[in-house]
Design a protein around this ligand. Sequence first.
Ligand code: PEP
Ligand code: MG
Length: 588
Amino acid sequence: MNAKKTKKEQVMDGLGVSPGIAIGPPHITEYGAPTVPEYAIDDGQIESEQARFQSAVRRSARQIRRLKNRAQTMHGEAGEELGYLLDAYQHMLTGSRLTQGVEHRIQTKLINAEAAVQAEISIIARGFADLPDSYMAARANDIREAGARLIRNLTKEPFRAFSMIAPGSVVFTDELSPADTALMDPQRVAGFATASGGAEGHTAIVARSLGIPAVVGVSGLLDNLESADLVIIDGGGGRVIIDPSTKTMTDYERRRTGFLRERQKFAGLRKMPAITRDDTHIDLSANVELPLEVKSALENGAQGIGLLRTEFMFMNRATAPNETEQYEILRDMVKGMSGKPVTIRTLDVGGEKQAHSLSEYLSTSENPALGLRGIRLSLKHLKLLETQLAATLRAGAHGPVRILLPMISNVGEVRQVRDCLKSVARRLKRRKVKIADPLPPLGVMIEVPGAALAADALATVSDFFAIGTNDLTMYTLAIDRADEQVAHLFNPLHPAILRLIQFTTQAALRARIPVSVCGEMAGDPRYAALLLGLGVRDLSMTALNLPQVKQRIRNIDLTSATMRAQIIMEQIDSGRIATLLDDFNTLA
Ligand code: PEP
Ligand code: MG
């Protein structure tokens, strides 16, 4: 008998965050057994090691809380059983024998937190495994699982080696960090689905830039997968299909061909200019997360790199790269762009963007998105900033570069960086090192609401603005961009966001400094007319979206778009704004 025929197709919905259709066998990964570093510490390190442990406990507790919320939405016994299990994990993490035992062990044995967790876990788990009651004995595995999660959160190591999976597989997992995603090879990973995550989170952004179809925030994703043979990911429609019927399969194979053909058709636009119907030129650049994307930026007709996120240099490695390493990576990218401008952003780790090599610098606060993130981290640890600026200045000897600062909230921060830039440049010149001459323009991301409201002031100390609508929306509307539970509220068409974009753009125009939009909003053709109507002439986005946005721009009449933007700005309700925009898009 053919087993496949007896399987029933299952359909699950989530957030479609990276378009495309993937069809292949599932590769399921959960929190598995981690590698545990072991080393001795000295008396002076006890407190910081215990603090590191506490922060991992908080992070684990947060993850478990989120899993519990999802368990509540599951029906029947499975949800109930999972709920009990997660309650038990939560209990283990709060003031229990495990946490006290680990803290005590760090202090008395003078060992690192990971080793202390490992030792404590094996003692407790062994105690359970020896119990005569089979139910209690089985709890030993739960304890090991809780310990594994703690260790993962301590090491912040990428926990999946996607290089080992069968080519063409579709990855299914509970959560995926941006660092994990950056390790995915699009030749090997056909697509992925996760139980958590939001559309503007960095995991989704990296998926889009790699062109890997992805669906995130799928509730109950890992519950019924064990015996699945074949799965489909519809990254545009936000759908996951397990063991598709023959009819579904044929339908999605057709859609996949259509999607690839459409992409090819757009590629024809590569050499066409990005001009509106009334002949206004719009600057279209690429956002780049990884060096391999330089090629795709050029292939898709980018006029430059409008946002080079440098975080990748610090991810998936044990130690931070030194000046020479950073210089060499940046130099190759600048050279690769053959004279087109490259906007290099200084480090923006913290919050959801974690980088293992910087764990000693990263904030352990309860509220990392409001903590030591972006420029705040660089200014606290000036060495990090000096090294990045030196590498950038040196790369600037090989082609035009601009320097962009993330998470700026006041003019003092920009002044501090400018002073630092000048002193780094002096030092390099003294050493007769070749650097950009004149010094590169220094611009700021407008992504904190206060920065947008103080745009006039910031314009007096900045050479250009780049509006980051992802964080601007997150911080203005108080919505975590990576949390699927509030993803439906994440809306850049909220009047507050549009006003901040307009306010910033006008401040830049008054100060005669360039302004671009480089958040995910810029890469969606739906928003192009509105952004242009608000005065924006410079957009930076995931390279693969450039042709679609260009096509939209070539159909826009700027005078009509400006008039439509004026009407939109008088509205109080984002639903009405969406209708007015969609109507305009279908007409023009
Ligand atoms: C933004 O916040 O809109 C942005 C472009 O920066 P990132 O997505 O890297 O935070
Ligand atoms: Mg940002």
